[in-house]
Design a protein around this ligand. Structure first.
Ligand code: ATP
Ligand code: MG
Ligand code: ZN
Length: 482
């Protein structure tokens, strides 16, 4: 007979504890334990294993070469940016989790996906647990997703959802969202870790058994009442994250985990009236609002997966009276900035101790590859010396602890993308092969010192600040320039 017990489950990692505690001892998260009621199934498995038991219970093991891989090939969804992130398209039997903040456009993206899939003649099913059928129908009207092959059910009960799957037999199903799905057999509340995990497990089983591509919407909230998608990450094949600033139309789609391909690709969309529109020329978009001739600005051809993307790195170095000057980064790696500041201090003797330093990548993208070192360092020096760099210049190169500039990958792709967007000069590591792009002049540098001297960025040292000595010793330890 089934027994009911109370556990305290971590909403981050899913670990269960008999007693409540302020901190989960498994993942270290604070205030993440939530009390849940669970049904303990009678011990059905403790019967021992026999070959006959295995044969009766499921598929027997086979030599690996006998497994037919052809049924599990990715097929294009028809949404180019989504295909790019998925490395070709959807794989039958795969389970994908799409996470993102409220209102970012998750339902929009997946409804467009289902519309495109249905237009290919594949049967698609949308299970909505958050909106009424009427609401979804209106959105489908707006997105041009009214397709004969697209089926819809407003449902939250897991057994009914599985029945819908059996009845409709779709190739693709979207569950919006996994947090709203509940199994009445489990006694815990909707959205609890147990519910979310068990419903996800049930869907994974169906996906693998029938070769259905399943997409789950997962909410990202700090609120403990909803289980964070981190519990789900282990269960699914692919985790996609949909990001963007709600105040801007730009949306970024990236794979956080992907069992069928790389996680390096970035998908770019713009939110418009007719839904999410793929961004055709991202470099042009990112450089669109650039002000030329500004100190502290430099363009870097970064790689997002296999695609070069030109983005502007900006730096602002401003004197401050604070004891602890600010080191603020956006879209760059904070420890990389610290390293570059240390190199600038020691190797170039440009002292930025009494200055707030802000560095950011314009447009909401993250550039964490070492190729951005040289441009970031030069943007810092450009700001601190108040000297603008040429506006048709781009730079790439990793900066080492000695200030030396090192090779980076994909130079030819980066440089030809730069040339395509009208840049004529490239500051590059000494040792790179000349890709021979006409109209692009290479300036080879072996060190950050070389580069800074070339553009006269060490000429103007930061201006000394003259301050009267203060009586109160509140910030007497701040750095003074002499
Ligand atoms: N008529 C419209 N024209 C343009 N954009 C719209 C229109 N209606 C909605 N949007 C955009 O779609 C967004 C909502 O998208 P969507 O419902 O897909 O998000 P979501 O991630 O599913 O949100 P939730 O977490 O609430 O389910 C809105 O924030 C808005 O930017
Ligand atoms: Mg939604
Ligand atoms: Zn935990």
């Amino acid at each position: 007979m089934a027994k009911v017990r109370t556990v305290h489950r971590c909403s981050e990692c899913g670990a269960g504890f008999p007693k409540w505690a302020g901190r989960c001892t498994v993942c270290g998260e604070w205030n993440s334990l939530v009390e849940e009621v669970e049904v303990v199934a009678p011990a059905a498995r403790a019967k021992g294993i026999s070959a006959a038991g295995v044969a009766a219970a499921g598929t027997p093991a086979v030599p690996i070469a006998n497994v037919d891989p052809s049924a599990w090939k990715a097929w294009s969804t028809g949404l180019s940016e989504l295909d790019r992130v998925l490395g070709g398209g959807l794989v039958p039997g795969s389970v994908t989790l799409l996470g993102g903040e409220p209102g970012i456009g998750k339902s929009t993206l997946l409804l467009q996906l289902l519309g495109a899939v249905a237009a290919q003649g594949r049967r698609a099913l949308l299970i909505t647990g958050e909106e009424s059928s009427q609401q979804v129908r209106l959105r489908a009207d707006r997105l041009g997703a009214l397709q004969a092959n697209l089926w819809l059910a407003a449902e939250t009960s897991m057994p009914v959802v599985l029945a819908h799957l059996a009845a409709v037999r779709p190739e693709v199903v979207v569950i919006d969202s996994i947090q709203t799905m509940t199994d009445p057999e489990l006694q815990s509340a909707p959205g609890s870790v147990t519910q979310v995990r068990e419903c996800a497990h049930a869907l994974v089983r169906v996906a693998k058994e029938h070769g259905i591509a399943v997409l789950l919407v997962g909410h990202v909230t700090k609120d403990g009442s909803l289980a964070g998608p981190r519990v789900l990450e282990h269960v699914v094949d692919t985790v996609l994250s949909f990001e963007g600033d709600r105040h801007h139309a730009l949306r970024l789609l990236r794979a956080v985990k992907h069992r069928f391909g790389s996680t390096g690709e970035l998908g770019l969309f713009e939110m418009a009236e007719a839904g999410l529109v793929p961004v055709a020329d991202p470099s042009a978009l990112f450089l669109g609002d650039r002000t030329l001739g500004l100190p502290g600005s430099l363009v870097v051809p970064a790689m997002e997966g296999a695609r070069p993307l030109l983005v502007e790195v900006q730096a602002l170095v401003a004197s401050t009276d604070a004891v602890m000057p600010r080191r603020n980064v956006q879209g760059l790696d904070a420890s990389r900035l610290a390293l570059l500041l240390a190199v600038i201090d020691r190797r170039l003797s440009v002292k930025l101790g009494g200055y707030d330093v802000f560095a950011s990548v314009v447009g909401g993208v993250r550039v964490t590859e070492p190729a951005a070192d040289l441009p970031t360092a030069l943007a810092l020096l450009s700001s601190s010396s108040d000297t603008a760099l040429p506006s048709d210049l781009i730079a790439i190169g990793e900066v080492g602890l000695g200030g030396e500039v090192r090779q980076v990958g994909y130079c030819a792709q980066r440089l030809s993308e730069a040339r395509r967007l009208g840049f004529t000069t490239a500051l590059v590591p000494q040792s790179i092969k000349d890709p021979g792009i006409s109209g692009l002049t290479l300036i080879r540098v072996s060190s950050l010192m070389d580069a800074a001297r070339h553009f006269d960025l060490m000429r103007t040292q930061p201006r000394p600040r003259k301050r009267a000595p203060r009586e109160d010793n509140e910030d007497s330890s701040s750095v003074e320039w002499s």
